[in-house]
Design a protein around this ligand. Sequence first.
Ligand SMILES: Nc1ncnc2c1ncn2[C@@H]1O[C@H](COP(=O)(O)OP(=O)(O)OP(=O)(O)O)[C@@H](O)[C@H]1O
Length: 236
Amino acid sequence: MLELKNVSFSADGKEILKNINLVIENEKFVVMTGPNGGGKSSLAKIIAGIQKPDSGQILLDGKDITDWSITKRANSGISFAFQQPVRFKGVTVKDLITLASGKKMSTISVCQYLSEVGLCAKDYIDREINGSLSGGELKRIEIATVMARKTKLTLFDEPEAGIDLWSFKNLIDVFEKMHAEVRGSILIISHQERILNIADQIVVISGGQVSQVGTKEEVLPGLFGVDLGCKYFKEV
Ligand SMILES: Nc1ncnc2c1ncn2[C@@H]1O[C@H](COP(=O)(O)OP(=O)(O)OP(=O)(O)O)[C@@H](O)[C@H]1O
């Protein structure tokens, strides 16, 4: 279980997150949404350890991880899916997925992850992670890498961005499968109706605060018809 207690964060003299209190229960599929600039990405970065809060506490299974580095948090089971995978010269797609899984992997197992994110495995497995891969391909490889990691808490920041050539339905299937198989919690930042619809819990972040938390039945009706200045329910 991840718990945020009175977390506040400022940058460049601007108060970005104000007294955030939030609990992400084990094995829950949580979608964080809200208007642009509300503070969602900042909150995800604070959970992953990329940014440090000015005050407040972050607890993982009751342990205070507020001062832990990104690496220590990653080793304790928090994964953050970046917009694109980190590139290292000479590292192939197969190397990256094997590294993420932390164990020896057969070519067939690596291929399965690639197929799940809609990539024809044989065309990609030996390719180097570099600028020759398109943005959408890199994005899918990053999602496959996070799937192979199988961590306690996986954070995705707008995973739908940049994958418009890939069937959006496949992305939903990937998340549902991950949720069923990994038995970890998934926290996704998204404005997409179909992602909001598969959430166990929706958290609305607005003006740097948690403005609403509840099931989709409780939260979604309130989002309809409200102009929050964001791209609700737009199809990819
Ligand atoms: N390092 C920083 N320095 C200054 N301002 C920042 C910094 N990081 C974030 N902000 C500001 O904080 C606010 C919240 O940004 P954040 O990216 O967390 O919002 P968001 O809810 O993820 O937005 P979006 O839906 O547009 O992705 C924005 O106004 C942003 O410009």
